[in-house]
Structures are given as structure tokens and as C-alpha cells.
Design a protein around this ligand. Sequence first.
Ligand code: KG4
Ligand code: ZN
Length: 340
Amino acid sequence: MRVLAIETSCDDTAAAVIDATGVRSSIVASQDLVHGPYGGVVPELASRQHVLAILPVIERALATAAITLADVEAVAATHGPGLVGSLLVGLQVAKGIALERGLPFIGINHLEGHLLAIFLEREIEFPYLGLLVSGGHTSLYVVEALGRYRLLGRTRDDAAGEAFDKGAKMLGLGYPGGREIDRRASAGDRAAVHFPRATLKSGGYDFSFSGVKTALRQVLLAGREIPLDDLCASFQEAIVDMLVTRTMTAARTLAIQTIVVSGGVSANSRLRTRMAGAGAADRRAVAFPRLAYCTDNAAMIGYAGRARLLRGERHDLTLNAEATLPLGLVERAAALPGRS
Ligand code: KG4
Ligand code: ZN
């Protein structure tokens, strides 16, 4: 089954063609230049930009796969979670194509796409722990099977990428700033400043990054002369530490052998090193999809869409965009240990 997939949940316009041989094309048009001056995604601008980019991006995806619309056998599109104005652009175009061509259609949860992106490159055994870290999400899931996701914890405030970006803004670095912090941190002293690591009273696997952000602001207000590289390294270490600690605790508690990290923040070199080190020390496998499949893309939506379509699942064309579309049920730590 040859699937055209479309993803417009945030600020990237993406289309891909997936078939039995794998990814035939995956095109992403970034809006970073549009949002950069504002230091964050401006929803209204994102929707307008999607409207301009969506058809050319689809045309490029088809051309790169050396097919035309007539060769497409089914359509998949992200229908949540995300910015409604952004989601609607891709979703409506996908439904329009399905209607016009009389093709099966399926809506996909963006988070499911991220959690399954690793399958674009390799097989992995269930269950695995999926750490999803991006500009919009920081969540830890047990991926039990295709379509069965158990949410262990998520951020109570900022996403990890958002914390990186806001920190970068305070430090006068550009947007999105995660990569710049990563680059500067490699030359900095991780122990120069001790930033707080959030431990939540209720236990469990939720994350919180507002404390480290506030701490950075206080350090800057205090006016101490700390080299920028050292600030970046210390700030990054606190965020990475929280991500690695929670994830490894969950892996041990639930006796899960494989960990998959995805989302834009998984590009972070320190996170990669620390996760790989913790995995090796614990004899657990740690996998990262290639970067192009970690950041927002339509190939991952195509993978999830195709897998569901092959199981006979379909949505009708009344499917709507949902800003807060949930994935998986939250289980609190107290309920977990006996369940591995
Ligand atoms: O998944 P993604 O491309 O987009 C969405 O969140 O939708 O993730 C982007 C996020 C941004 O916050 C960006 O600063 C962060 O990923 N990021 C990084 C790095 N590269 C991208 N954060 C830390 N270190 C990096 N090397
Ligand atoms: Zn994403």
C-alpha cells in the first residue's frame, strides 16, 4: 500500500510517501526563518505559512518518490495534538485528496508518529520505553504494541526543547536555541553552576523544567561573571540529567530492556552521550532514530498511518483537528511496580 502522509501540527510543513519498501520520500519545509525574530512559534503565522507551503511540499514528495497523485493508494495526516490552525491545513488537504481520489484516509496522533519513527529504519521488539523530547512535548511512554501506549509521565510545565529555547533567549542566543546551547556547552564546564533538578513530591515520572529556567534567570540577574559556555553546559546538564534519571528509573522499575529517544531534543549531543552511557552501564539498548526522523516529519506519520491502514483501520472525512488529542492513559508510580 502506497501512502501519502501529511504533517502540519506545528511549524514544519511536511509530506512523505511510504510504501512496502520503506520511505520513498520525506520532504520538510521549515518555518524557522519566519518565527525566529519572535523567539517562538507564532500560531497565526504558522497557519499562513502552511497554506503557502503545503501544495509545493506535497508535489515535491510525489516527484521525489517518482510518482503522481494517481499512484497514491491511501492518505494519512496528523490530526492532533498541535496548533489547531496548523493541523487544519494539512488535515483538510489530506481529506480533500482522499475525497477527490476516492482513497482510504486515516488521521494519526502526532505523538504516535514520534514513538514509532524508529521503525522507519529498523525493527524493535515490544515493549520499549519511548522518551519523546521536543519543543512541544516531553513525555515518557511504554510502547506495548502498535496502538498500545501507556503514558508514564510528562512535563508539568515547559517541554524540554522549550526550556532550551527560553534559556537560549535569556542568554541572548538565537531561536531555536537548543542547538546553540548544545554547541557552546561542549566547550563549557558542566559543574560551573549548580542548577536544581526537579524532584516531584508525588513521585512518578513527570518532568518539570520551570525551576531550572527560573534559576538561570536568577543567576543572570545576580550579575556574576560566568562564561557563557559554562552557563550553557551547566544549564544543559540539569535538563539532560532529569531526562536520563527519570527514563532509567522507569526502565529499571518496569524491567524494560529497550529505550527509544525521539523528538528534536534527541539531537542534543550530551543527551545522546548520557543516555548511551546509562544504557550501557545498565545493559539496556538505547536507540535514536536518525535526526531527520526525530524532528517533525511526515514519514513517521506515514509509517503509523500505513500500519493502521493495513490493519483495516479508517477514519471518515468528518475527522477533526484536536489541539490536545491524548495518547495513552496516565498511570501513577504507585500502580506501576507490580505491572512489569
Ligand atoms: O521535534 P522538533 O523539531 O519540533 C517540535 O518541537 O515540534 O523539536 C524542536 C526542538 C527545539 O526546541 C530545539 O531547540 C530543540 O528541539 N533542539 C535541541 C537541539 N536541536 C534541536 N535541543 C537541544 N540540543 C540540540 N542539539
Ligand atoms: Zn513533534
